[in-house]
Ligand binder design. Structure first.
Ligand code: CTP
Ligand code: MG
Length: 178
């Protein structure tokens, strides 16, 4: 298969619910942490203060809304990355759920490794959610998750991570550019 501009664009449209689910909690999160401030057996927090109920819910809902929009708009166009609106919807919902559970699992692992909240880990912060999201969506979206699109999405997610953190630092939203 040739990896054309069209396949790249379709890969971006496919992954969009995951990106929305991942980004929304930063803007809308806060309040009660999911672990209710409880510790694990090792005496460290289960997930930490960075994982809140509101952020979790906001992430799932925003990703699910994008999936709904795509399922409505894309069928019948050249960018319909799956053959039916139902598959586009289910794929997007599973991406949203997988993103938020993967994000939670990433924080769980970070806490077990003794990393404080906000301590950056490229794999656990930015790529782990992607892998979990893709695994969740795979039963519905195997047709779009090719080796080519997988490599493309890993690279794109990495570049977006570096780019958004650099921009957030320049805008004064973050004290460090990573
Ligand atoms: N956030 C949230 N609820 C979630 C996920 C994220 O409220 N389920 C918000 C929090 O304000 C969090 C911010 O989004 O601080 C950035 O998310 P993330 O980088 O995943 O969390 P960190 O604070 O870096 O914590 P961790 O070290 O556990 O990743
Ligand atoms: Mg973080």
């Amino acid at each position: 298969m040739v990896f054309s501009i069209d396949t790249a664009l379709m890969a971006v449209l496919f992954i969009l619910p995951a990106y929305f689910a991942n980004a929304t909690p930063v803007l809308l999160g806060g309040g009660t942490p999911i672990d209710l401030r409880r510790n694990f057996f090792d005496g460290k927090r289960l997930f930490g203060d960075g994982k809140t109920l509101r952020g979790f819910a906001a992430g799932i809902v925003s990703g699910a809304l994008i999936a709904g929009l795509e399922a409505y708009l894309l069928p019948g166009t050249q960018f319909a990355f799956l053959p039916s609106p139902q598959l586009i919807l289910l794929s997007g919902w599973m991406l949203s759920l997988g993103t938020m559970l993967g994000d939670l699992a990433g924080s769980f692992i970070k806490r077990r490794l003794g990393m404080d909240r906000g301590n950056p880990s490229l794999i656990l912060d930015q790529l782990f959610f992607l892998f979990v999201a893709l695994a969740f969506a795979y039963p519905f979206a195997a047709a779009v998750i090719t080796i080519e699109s997988f490599i493309f999405l890993v690279a794109l997610t990495y570049v977006l991570h570096v780019g958004t953190n650099f921009a957030a630092n320049k805008l004064g939203l973050k004290s460090v550019p990573w």
